[in-house]
Design a protein around this ligand. Sequence first.
Ligand SMILES: C[S@@+](CC[C@H](N)C(=O)[O-])C[C@H]1O[C@@H](n2cnc3c(N)ncnc32)[C@H](O)[C@@H]1O
Length: 210
Amino acid sequence: MRMRKLKWAADFIANSEVNVHNPEIYQGKWRELLNRDCIHVEIGTGKGDYWIGMANLYPELGWIGIEKQESVAALALRKKDTLEQQTRFIHGDAANIDQWFAKKEIDVIHLNFSDPWPKNRNKKRRLSNERFLDKYHQILSDDGQIIMKTDNRSLFEYSIIEFQNFGFKLEEIYLDFRSEQHDEDIISEYERKFMEKGPIYRAVWVKGGK
Ligand SMILES: C[S@@+](CC[C@H](N)C(=O)[O-])C[C@H]1O[C@@H](n2cnc3c(N)ncnc32)[C@H](O)[C@@H]1O
């Protein structure tokens, strides 16, 4: 997601109560902070519709949104400017996720419409590259899940192979997720745009024994 830099973004994030400014301090303590036994993390929230919508739909779960682009993070935080115990945000790069969360601390990771980085030389930036999978594997609980949605078939195929190679078990797969009603799952900003143009792919993986 490319957007022009918003002048107010840095100050807005700095003053946000929902944003966790030093996430490494809470490593191993997120369940306590959010007062929830089950913690979901969305990586790459964009402007936050999914993270906020899911937190409203499932208030019994903990919801942490992560977004690295400052202006985009500020727009998400502007939509969610009142602090609720079970919801937090981290403005930062998910490459550091293993410094923010302890081993087995997270129950579900959501990847919605991640940047595809189509050129091979950029594949390490894909959020489903083994570099990230290694970190996800560490922070996920034993029966932890990763749920991915995308409109990009090449990224989807790449991810299926990458997860398989890493030992994650494919549990569910949809080749046209929005052809049926799925009120249990919030439509993200990108999803709304792309679901009119073609199929939405979705898969759920469970942490394996690696
Ligand atoms: C294509 S947008 C999708 C936004 C949203 N999930 C949706 O479905 O509408 C991908 C987002 O992921 C963010 N992102 C990409 N790599 C990231 C990383 N390593 N850490 C945190 N956010 C990242 C980008 O900044 C961008 O806002």
